[in-house]
Design a binder for this molecule. Structure first.
Ligand SMILES: NC(=O)N[C@@H](CC(=O)O)C(=O)O
Ligand SMILES: [Zn+2]
Ligand SMILES: [Zn+2]
Length: 344
């Protein structure tokens, strides 16, 4: 196969950051995707509808002229979020979901929820307003091994949340383990998961074997090969509750190439090319469109895109870095060849 034409995909988990660096990464996502769910973990985080709407305006202003890319905004839940704010978010028409970060679980999550028991009124409000909940599903207990934090979150929190809020749509973001895949498969129609390109393409050896490679460090951290295989099976299975979410999370190169490097992998430079690689290696290129362009829109209850995205078979090398405001960002797979390329 030399050409691939699919319904234009959407990215259901994306970090665009803010300020002058935003335009550099937003244009790369806007080239490929019709819409994206934009994460609210800015500094300070987007905790009100007004903040989310103002950020939306900044994103639209940063996009290239004529771009039809539509940012779908999210609200960052804290201990203090009110049911009123959730109703306001829904009424705005621009906020598509609320995001739960357990406090301390990941980049810019310090203001997240400290005790899940506190957010019951918010989850009730979201259920009432038909606003989906997006979850960074890891416990933060320092006594829990970092490789076990996702599984522990399922057992300690997610299981109960799914049972207690049967009408609430929940997206288990960036799943990384076989147990998470099994949990979603066995769950109700209100439970879905996003899967990143890096968790489909790499296992934890990428971070640690033959030298420490900070650009592969993200949260939840890459796992063993058996987990990667389970994610690949889920993504290529055609199951409608698994869909594309890149979690493209750019950081300045020096913030990652550091004695205490931060978490996040940048993939917006070649998101669809990376997913195409993973699907082709699994012999499932014919399943890419459903995963990338159908399942997410269907789950969110939004129309599928009407236009197309074309990729052609062409070998090219991922550049060593991309501009990122006054800094540079090192992309996933820097210096490695890719066999597919998005056509403009
Ligand atoms: N995934 C990451 O490792 N980092 C994300 C936050 C997140 O999605 O957890 C970031 O904002 O940098
Ligand atoms: Zn996360
Ligand atoms: Zn993320």
């Amino acid at each position: 196969m030399q050409n691939l034409e699919i319904t234009r995909p959407d990215d259901w988990h994306l970090h665009l950051r803010d300020g002058e660096a935003m335009a550099d990464v937003a244009r790369l996502s806007a080239r490929q995707f019709g819409r994206a769910i934009i994460m609210p973990n800015l500094k300070p985080p987007l905790v009100t509808t007004d903040q989310a709407l103002a950020y939306r305006d900044r994103i639209l202003a940063a996009l290239p002229e004529g771009s039809r890319f539509r940012p779908l905004m999210t609200l960052y839940l804290t201990d203090k979020t009110t049911p009123d704010e959730i109703a306001k978010a829904k009424a705005s028409g621009a906020v598509a979901a609320c995001k739960l970060y357990p406090a301390g679980a990941t980049t810019n999550s310090e203001n997240g929820v400290t005790d899940l028991a506190r957010i019951t009124p918010m989850l009730e409000a979201m259920q009432r307003e038909h606003l989906p909940l997006l979850v960074h599903g890891e416990v933060t207990d320092p006594d829990v091994d970092i490789f076990d934090r996702e599984l522990r979150f399922i057992e300690s929190h997610l299981q109960a949340m799914v049972a207690d809020f049967p009408e609430l749509r929940i997206v288990f973001e960036h799943v990384t383990t076989a147990e998470a895949v099994d949990f979603v498969r066995a769950g109700p129609s209100t439970l879905a998961a996003t899967i990143t390109p890096h968790h489909l393409l790499y296992n934890r050896n990428a971070i640690l074997a033959g030298g420490i490679r900070p650009h592969f460090y993200c949260l939840p951290v890459l796992k063993r090969e058996r987990h990667r295989q389970a994610l690949l099976d889920a993504a290529t299975s055609g199951h409608p509750r698994f869909f594309l979410g890149t979690d493209s999370a750019p950081h300045p190169a020096q913030a990652k190439e550091n004695a205490c490097g931060c978490a996040g992998a940048f993939s917006a430079h070649a998101a669809m090319e990376l997913y195409a690689k993973a699907f082709e290696e699994a012999g499932a290129l014919d399943r890419l469109e459903a995963f990338a362009s159908h399942h997410g829109a269907d789950f969110y209850g939004m129309p599928r895109n009407l236009d197309k995205l074309r990729l052609r078979r062409e070998t090219w090398e991922v550049p060593a870095d991309y501009p990122f405001g006054a800094d540079r960002v090192v992309p996933l797979g820097a210096g490695e060849p890719l066999d597919w390329r998005v056509r403009d």
